[in-house]
Design a protein around this ligand. Structure first.
Ligand SMILES: Cc1cc2nc3c(=O)[nH]c(=O)nc-3n(C[C@H](O)[C@H](O)[C@H](O)COP(=O)(O)OP(=O)(O)OC[C@H]3O[C@@H](n4cnc5c(N)ncnc54)[C@H](O)[C@@H]3O)c2cc1C
Length: 434
């Protein structure tokens, strides 16, 4: 049996949505041309692309969780266009040629999301084209920004340097010494995007939530039979868009790094208590540091990475990490010292040691769009769209740029966990105030 994913804590992004559209649970036996497992960034992108090529095909999407409650709706919503390699501990550095390819792919994904928002008339604040700032709070951070700026110069990519005063004017916080502004990043309300896209696609395909796939097998060499707790789907083709859960479907075990990160969203606060602009997004200058967003009258703060090969983390771990997040929050926003965290959550990332993605046919008529390397808003969207464009032999220039490299093998457990957590702790220590 495939163990369903378990998410710890409640995503604030999903909790604050004014509307929660109903999605049914699969409770019958149905047939389809395609089954997409996973209604996240990759799965929904694949569905929209499929509908473009084959509007009459019967498409079924199954998700184990409530729509937008999984990592799809619990991330920080930075759709980053520039290289952003979490596994390497620094931004960029894969080489100029590869970085240019990555940027073009990420930008194709951002255009995809923007067009979907327009096509389906999602609320304007679903995506804010306001760029991001790599914020530096220490000499280490300033050095990271300087190195990254040099890299961007070589790539001929635009950026702006911000002073401490600029940072204070934007964020209302004295914490930061400088910043590097990247205009091409766009900020998304992740749960609003995922929920809105799923709701819009519902007009053309059947979407089931709280319907985890527990078993799947190919019958008579042609049809796949997908089993959920209360129903089954028989389909000709299956797309696994489940990110790191792919190993529970029997693929790439021992190759995928299951990393968790942790976030908090404050209760609403009186905006007079924090000067600065109403919306902005900061990534730490050091990739292991703290990212922060202001979303009108709330702050969302994300901190810390842990490696958990069991693919889930406990409430105790989340509560323990919350204390650390609180410290980072109060250091940045002393005027909000008594503002509570209303929501607290953890979420899964899936990384490959070599940064490879899995966009491929795993088995005849079984496909995958997985392993987004911690940047699933863009990389997941790209994986979903590129998988389908490839299957349809579309004339898309980016198809020729998809790497055939596979995620490389990790050391056996417990060595992989020990090694990864030691490295993460070291990098957290290096990130210091960042
Ligand atoms: C706190 C946090 C902050 C983050 N910030 C950012 C950010 O700012 N920018 C960014 O790009 N990325 C960020 N990420 C990472 C991002 O959320 C992921 O990379 C992204 O969600 C991956 O997209 P995906 O579609 O591949 O997978 P997911 O979004 O995880 O979607 C996969 C879906 O598959 C479903 N599923 C799994 N197993 C089964 C099963 N057995 N049956 C049915 N359904 C199943 C899951 O429920 C899930 O909905 C962050 C993550 C976290 C946790």
């Amino acid at each position: 049996m495939i163990i369903p994913p378990r998410d710890t804590g409640i995503s604030g992004w999903q909790a604050i949505l004014p509307e929660k559209p109903e999605f049914p649970v699969l409770q019958e036996q149905i047939t389809a041309d395609w089954v997409i497992v996973g209604a996240g960034w990759a799965g929904l992108a694949a569905a929209r692309r499929l509908l473009y090529y084959h509007p009459k095909d019967r498409i079924v999407i199954l998700d184990a969780c409530a729509i937008a409650s999984s990592p799809a709706g619990r991330n920080s919503g930075f759709m980053v266009d520039l290289p952003h390699d979490l596994s390497s501990g620094e931004y960029g550095g894969a080489g100029l040629a590869q970085d240019r390819i990555t940027i073009a792919q990420n930008r194709a994904a951002i255009v995809f999301a923007r067009e979907a928002i327009e096509e389906f008339s999602l609320p304007k604040n679903t995506m804010l084209d306001i760029g991001k700032i790599n914020a530096a709070a220490s000499p280490e951070g300033i050095k990271h920004n300087r190195d990254f700026a040099e890299h961007l110069d070589q790539l001929n990519e635009p950026y702006e340097n911000y002073s401490a005063e600029d940072m204070r004017r934007i964020t209302g916080s004295d914490y930061y010494q400088s910043g590097l502004f990247n205009p091409g990043c766009t900020l998304v309300q992740p749960a609003q995007y995922i929920q809105g896209l799923a709701k819009a696609l519902q007009a053309q395909c059947a979407i089931y939530q709280n319907s985890p796939v527990l078993d799947y097998r190919q019958e008579s060499g042609k049809t796949w039979r997908i089993q959920t707790p209360k129903g089954t789907v028989s389909a000709g083709k299956v797309i696994l868009a489940v990110n790191g859960q792919l190993q529970r479907f029997g693929f790439y075990s021992g190759h995928l790094m299951h990393v968790f990160t942790y976030a908090a969203m404050t209760e609403t606060f009186d905006t007079a208590r924090l000067e600065g602009e109403a919306t902005w997004g900061l990534n730490a200058a050091h990739p292991m540091g703290t990212s922060v967003r202001r979303y009108a009258d709330r702050i969302i703060i994300r901190n810390r990475f842990t490696y958990d090969a069991r693919l889930e983390v406990s409430e105790a771990r989340l509560n323990h990490t919350a204390k650390r997040i609180r410290k980072h929050f109060e250091a940045r926003f002393p005027t909000l010292h008594d503002t509570r965290f209303e929501y607290l959550w953890a979420g899964r990332l899936c990384l490959a040691k070599n940064g490879a993605q899995i966009i491929e046919e795993l088995w005849p008529s079984l496909y995958a769009a997985c392993c987004q390397n911690g940047l699933g808003t863009t990389r997941g969207t790209f994986a979903g769209m590129a998988l389908i464009d490839g299957l349809m032999n579309a004339n898309m220039p980016y198809l020729a740029t998809i790497s055939k490299t596979k995620p490389n093998r990790l050391p056996p457990e417990p060595l992989a966990s020990l090694g990864a957590n030691t490295l993460l702790n070291y990098r957290h220590w290096r990130a210091g105030k960042e």
